[in-house]
Design a protein around this ligand. Structure first.
Ligand code: PMP
Length: 428
């Protein structure tokens, strides 16, 4: 019996499902989550002393790899000064100004403690600013677990086959209109019917939470035009893509500016941080400047700010995103060659250092096509990869992340393991 198995049974006695976030329970693949002891660079080590090359990256934040020495040293220095004051510190302005410098559409930014808080707060602000109640979201996009957004969301809900959640009042869910990702016609019809009631359209500009799907050419521009036409706000949820696809996020790559942006993951450098920001005119509606209330005991926490500042400074080094792209291209080439050689029904989908292999037919463009994937094939693939020492997100409907710490040896090993795992899928 492994120590992870023992620890999981023990955890289940005290924690619902044994985990503090559902996706960690490995429900879709083997019900045997691995308990982690430590990480270093591209590698994580479990409590049974197994080593894995990791592509989860704590679900996105660890773009530098684990335990980056410069981040750890900065944290140690801050630790000696104090962990929390609930009073302003210069660190908050430093990180805020770095975010403002990085992302053209952001004039002002408010720090919170998670991606969920960021999107919840951005919605409240959009509603407060426009005086409207309805929200449009895209099928399969996940924006955290706020009531308005937990409607046909991807990520853990798709993995577990949950459409919505008990506990969310109909009055709230009914204010959320869900449309397919990558489809402007349906959205246009929604605007024709409800245009003057829609506070905001929110989406992952590149999706990660139903697997990685890129926006069709012109899609984001179309969203910008429609929201402008009807006086609704456009919110890009860049919790996953911010500082990941480019330093300025997906909006830098696709050259479309939203009114509000939500951030998380990388800006916390592995500590709990989220943020929402946008045009000053909108952000100035937030308390204490304006009436839209939002607050947090630990918001702008000095340790979290330090991890964020140090991580962003390291990302500012020359060629960061070219390096990531090169590593991602190596994996893409290797995986695609394996898929072709073994003649597997699978699609490799990638934007920058985020990728997903969809075990299914043809191009994936939205939630419906993502859901037609063969999740049994994914489970076989996942388990074999794990046996080969490769740690992947335990669901078909998630993004894999490449970090700056993945070296050529890691990538080669991963491609060899991918061949073996695909062969096993083929054999079943
Ligand atoms: N938005 C997106 C795009 C996300 O990927 C996530 C988390 N995976 C969230 C929001 C919620 O962030 P958190 O888990 O920090 O609450």
């Amino acid at each position: 019996m492994s120590k992870s198995v023992d620890l999981f049974s023990e955890a289940k006695k005290f924690i619902p499902g044994g985990v503090n976030s559902p996706a960690r329970a490995f429900k879709a693949v083997n019900n045997n989550p691995i308990f982690i002891e430590r990480g270093k660079g591209s590698l994580i080590y479990d409590v049974d002393a197994n080593e894995y090359i990791d592509y989860v990256g704590s679900w996105g934040p660890m773009i530098l790899g684990y335990n980056d020495p410069i981040v750890i040293e900065a944290l140690q220095r801050q630790l000696m000064k104090g962990t929390s004051f609930g009073a302003p510190t210069e660190l908050e302005t430093t990180l805020a100004s770095m975010v403002v410098d990085a992302i053209d559409s952001i004039d002002k930014v408010r720090m919170v403690n998670s991606g969920t808080e960021a999107t919840m707060s951005a919605l409240r602000l959009a509603r407060g600013y426009t005086g409207r109640d309805k929200i449009v979201k895209m099928e399969g996009c996940y924006h955290g677990h706020g009531d308005s957004l937990l409607v046909e969301a991807g990520s853990g809900l798709t993995t577990l086959g949950i459409a919505g959640s008990p506990g969310i009042p109909d009055q709230i869910a009914n204010e959320t209109i869900v449309v397919p990702y990558n489809d402007l016609d349906i959205l246009e019809n929604v605007f024709k019917n409800y245009g003057d009631e829609i506070a905001a359209v929110i989406l992952e500009p590149v999706t990660g939470n139903m697997g990685v799907i890129a926006p069709k050419v012109g899609y984001l521009e179309g969203l910008r035009e429609l929201t402008d036409k009807y006086g609704s706000l456009l919110i890009f949820d860049e919790v996953m893509t911010g500082f990941r696809l480019a330093y300025g996020g997906a909006q830098e790559i696709y050259c479309v500016e939203p009114d509000l942006t939500t951030l998380g993951k990388i800006i916390g450098g592995g500590l709990p941080v989220g943020a929402y920001g946008g045009k000053a005119e909108i952000m100035d509606c937030v308390a204490p400047e304006g009436g839209v209330y939002q607050a947090g005991t630990l918001s702008g926490n000095p340790l979290a700010m330090t991890a964020g500042i140090t991580t962003l400074r390291l990302l500012q080094r020359a060629n960061t995103y070219d390096y990531l792209e090169q590593k991602a291209e190596i994996l893409e080439e290797g995986f695609k060659a394996n898929i072709k050689e073994l003649d597997i029904d699978a699609t490799f989908s990638r934007v920058g250092s985020m990728f997903t292999i969809f075990f299914g037919p043809g191009q994936v463009k939205d939630y419906k096509s993502a859901q037609s994937s063969n999740t049994d094939a994914f489970a076989i693939y996942f388990n074999r990869m794990l046996e080969e020492g490769i740690y992947l997100p335990p669901s078909q409907f998630e993004a894999n992340f490449i970090s700056l710490a993945h070296n050529d040896r890691d990538l080669d090993k991963t491609i060899v393991a991918n061949y073996k795992a695909l062969k096993e899928v083929k054999g079943n």
